[in-house]
Design a protein around this ligand. Structure first.
Ligand SMILES: Nc1ncnc2c1ncn2[C@@H]1O[C@H](COP(=O)(O)OP(=O)(O)OP(=O)(O)O)[C@@H](O)[C@H]1O
Ligand SMILES: [Mg+2]
Length: 359
C-alpha cells in the first residue's frame, strides 16, 4: 500500500485494560498531537494478549472513533506477548535481498512455532555502518529476527476492519516504545548508554533494552498490573474503581498506607525478579550494564514505583512520558489530563510517530 507522509494515520493500541488511540500531525522532531483518547475494556475481553471477545473490542473502538470524530480510515496497530519472538541471531553474510529469500530456512531453528504459521521480518544489525570484528572473522552477521504468529496479526486486523478502519501497518509494542522514547530523548543521552524502557501494562511487562539507538534485548514478561489489582482486592474489601485509586496513592483514612504499600511491593516482586534476570542476561551477552531505566504504561502511575524499582535494580529510574516530546496545544487538550495520562499513551504515541519511518 502506498502511504505518503501526508496520509493521516490513526494509531490504535489495543491493551488488556484499555484501548488507546492517538493521531499526530507534522513531521519528525515537530510532531503535534491531534487527538488522544483512552477507553477501558471489560474484564475478559483480552486474556494473555489473546482477544477473547472481539465484538466488545470492536464496539469500544468504534465508539472511540465516533466520540473523537475521527475521519481517518488508515490505522496502525501493534502486537505483543508470547506470540512474538524477537531475537538477535547470526547468519552467513549476505545481502538483504538474499536474506529475504533465505530467512525462513535461517530462522526455523529459533522459532518455537510451526514456521508456516508465523510472519517473519528481520533487520541487519550494523552499528555505525561497519560490521563487527566477529562478522569479518567467521563470515557471519548479526540480525534482529522478528517472528509473529499469524493468528495474532489476523485477529488484530479483523478488529480494525470491523471497526471501519483499514489496517496499514501492524507493528510491535516494544518497537513503538522505542519510538516514543526517541521523541523526547534529551541530548544528554550518550550513544553507548544502555537504556531499559519498561512498559508496566495490565497483563504484560514489556521490556526493551536499547544501545547505540538499536534494540539490544527485548522481552514481554507475561505478568503485569492485574496481579497487583487482584492482590489488593483480596486484601481490602473495596470496589474495583477504589482499588485503582489505592494504587495511585488515594488511600482512605480507615486504611493504613503501609499495608497498601506492602501489597504493592509484594506484587511487583515477581516482575522485578524477571527484570533482574533479563538485565543479567543482557550484561553477560553484551559486556555492559543497564545505565538507566525508564518506566511507562499504567503501572508507572502507581505511587512510589520509581523508588521501588531503583531500590531493587540498583539503577537510576525515571518515568517516561512521551507527551513531553511532542507539541500539545493547550487550546485543544486539558494539560493536567495529558500530563497524568502521558505514560499510558506510550505505545499509541510511538505507533503514531513510527509510521513516518515507513517512507
Ligand atoms: N488513570 C488511569 N486510567 C487507566 N488505567 C490506570 C490509570 N491509572 C492507573 N491505571 C492502571 O494501569 C494499568 C493498565 O495499564 P496499561 O493501560 O498500560 O495496560 P494495557 O496497555 O491495557 O495492558 P497490556 O499492555 O498489558 O495489554 C491498570 O492496572 C490500571 O489499574
Ligand atoms: Mg499496553
Amino acid at each position: 500500500m502506498f502511504l505518503s507522509e501526508k496520509t493521516p494515520l490513526l494509531a490504535v493500541d489495543i491493551g488488556t485494560h484499555s484501548i488507546k488511540m492517538a493521531q499526530m500531525s507534522g513531521s519528525k522532531n515537530k510532531f503535534e498531537l491531534m487527538s488522544f483518547s483512552i477507553m477501558p475494556l471489560k474484564e475478559g475481553c483480552i486474556v494473555d494478549g489473546v482477544i477473547q471477545q472481539p465484538d466488545e473490542v470492536v464496539d469500544t473502538l468504534a465508539k472511540m472513533i465516533k466520540v473523537e470524530k475521527i475521519d481517518t480510515k488508515y490505522a496502525v496497530a501493534s502486537i505483543a506477548g508470547e506470540a512474538v519472538i524477537i531475537k538477535k541471531i547470526r547468519v552467513p553474510v549476505m545481502t538483504e535481498a538474499e536474506l529475504t529469500e533465505n530467512i525462513q530456512k535461517e530462522a526455523e531453528q529459533y522459532i518455537p512455532f510451526d514456521i508456516d504459521d508465523v510472519s517473519i521480518d528481520f533487520q541487519i544489525l550494523e552499528s555505525k555502518g561497519k560490521r563487527s570484528e566477529d562478522e569479518q572473522k567467521d563470515g557471519t552477521m548479526e540480525i534482529l529476527l522478528v517472528a509473529v504468529q499469524r493468528d495474532m496479526i489476523d485477529s488484530r486486523i479483523d478488529i480494525l476492519y470491523d471497526a471501519g478502519l483499514r489496517p496499514a501497518i501492524i507493528d510491535l509494542d516494544v518497537f513503538a516504545m522505542v519510538n516514543a522514547f526517541e521523541l523526547g530523548a534529551d541530548s544528554s543521552t550518550r550513544e553507548e548508554e544502555a537504556i531499559a524502557v519498561i512498559d508496566l501494562g495490565e497483563s504484560f511487562t514489556h521490556l526493551n533494552i536499547m544501545q547505540d539507538g538499536l534494540t539490544a534485548y527485548t522481552r514481554d514478561i507475561p505478568f503485569g498490573g492485574s496481579f497487583c489489582t487482584s492482590k489488593l482486592m483480596s486484601k481490602f474489601d473495596m470496589p474495583y474503581k477504589d482499588i485503582v485509586q489505592l494504587k495511585l496513592g488515594a488511600i482512605p483514612s480507615e486504611i493504613k498506607s503501609d499495608e497498601v504499600v506492602e501489597v504493592i511491593v509484594q506484587s511487583f516482586e515477581k516482575i522485578l525478579v524477571e527484570i533482574q534476570k533479563s538485565f543479567e542476561f543482557f550484561s553477560t551477552t553484551s559486556n555492559s550494564q543497564v545505565d538507566r531505566v525508564l518506566l511507562t504504561g499504567g503501572g508507572a502511575l502507581i505511587a512510589g514505583v520509581e523508588n521501588l524499582f531503583s531500590h531493587h535494580l540498583k539503577t537510576p529510574v525515571e518515568i517516561l512520558n512521551p507527551m513531553k516530546g511532542i507539541k500539545v496545544n493547550a487550546r485543544n487538550f486539558d494539560q493536567d489530563t495529558i500530563e497524568t495520562m502521558g505514560p499510558l499513551s506510550t505505545v499509541a504515541i510511538g505507533l503514531a510517530a513510527r509510521r513516518f519511518d515507513y517512507q
